[in-house]
Structure formats: structure tokens, C-alpha cells
Design a protein around this ligand. Sequence first.
Ligand SMILES: [Zn+2]
Length: 219
Amino acid sequence: MKYELFRSHRRSILIQIAPTGAVVVKAPTLLPKFLIDQFVESKKEWIEKKVAVTQKFPLKIKHAIEDGDIYYYLGNPYVVTIDLGRQITLDKGKLHYPKHLLFRGKVELTNWYVKEAKRIITERVNFYANAMNTAYKNITYSDTSSKWGSCAPNNALQFNWRLVMAPILVLDYVVVHELSHTKEKNHGPKFWKIVAAYKPAYKQYIKWLKTNSNKLQIV
Ligand SMILES: [Zn+2]
């Protein structure tokens, strides 16, 4: 199986599928190549499934922002309009992108999404923590496209900032899911009962995340 290998001071092997369908493998600096090959081979089925999804929804790879590009925010598409504004703003289906920030391309847009994600997700977590009568340690944000959230044993929460591109109902589901882990660490029937108490249609949101993750990318 063909893959791009990146070695670093990490402890384990991580396989990621780029939106282009490229297989990216991150591995510890000194781990022998044949062990990496073996590991990748053992995950073949999973990899092929993921690659098939990206091929179903091909994405153009580019780093420049252009008029007419479409980005999602809380589940709605916004069409990029480059203008002379000071900052990125959303208005009536348009994402106004300042001309003076064009040289920063996707970096500026990503920063903006991360800022929005922090604002909205923090607010939703606090709302649901209160409603569910539970508490969490803190919130951090991740940048992996394969995982939407997590709850550590000490109840530290982590969310993928890309969730801010998903409909609020889906975002709320991930928030409720992780907060439910402050009460139940596993994914047993008791856990899903807690989730269902606050998000009765949770199965629908899980399905949405599975089939729409291509919408939650800035490529
Ligand atoms: Zn979980």
C-alpha cells in the first residue's frame, strides 16, 4: 500500500487520510520501516474504506481564497466574496473576505474558524453542562479531521474546531456526547441513555457526521 511517511518524536503510528485520498502515516523516528508497513497493512480495510469516501466527494486542493468558493458555517453554505472590508464577516449567504488578507490565504480563514469555534463551542458546553448538571475540567481544541471530540479521564474536553462548520444540532450532539462521558466513561447502554435524554435523535447526527465530513474541511 502506498503512503507518505512522516517521522517525528511521537510514540505511536498514526494513519490519516488526506481530503485528496492520500494516505499519510506518522511514525516514531526510529521505528523500522517493515514494522510500519506491517501496521499499515493490518489497517488496509479501514484505509480503503476511508479513501473510497474521499473519492466519492473529491475536493480541489488549493491554498488561495477565490471568489465563489464555498465554506460551511453552522451547516449553511457561504459563498466567498472578496471585498475591501477590514475583516471576515458573514452576511446573507456570503462570506466577505478582505482583499488585504488574500496573501494569507487559508491561514487567515482557518484562524477565523478556530476563533468562532472557541466562542460557540464554549457557549454550548457551558449550556449543556448546566442542563446535564455536570462539570468539566477545561476545553482544548484539536486539528485532526478524524476525531470530533474527546473526554479525558479527568474530564478535560477536547473538540475539533471544524465542528463549527456543522449544523448546530450536530455540534450540540458532540458536546452532549463528550459531557455524557463525564458521567459514563465507556460507550455502554448507560452512556447512550444519557446521550438520548438530551439528544433523542442522536443517531441522525452520528450519521450526518459520517456522511458529511467532507463539508467540514478547509482545503
Ligand atoms: Zn465517546
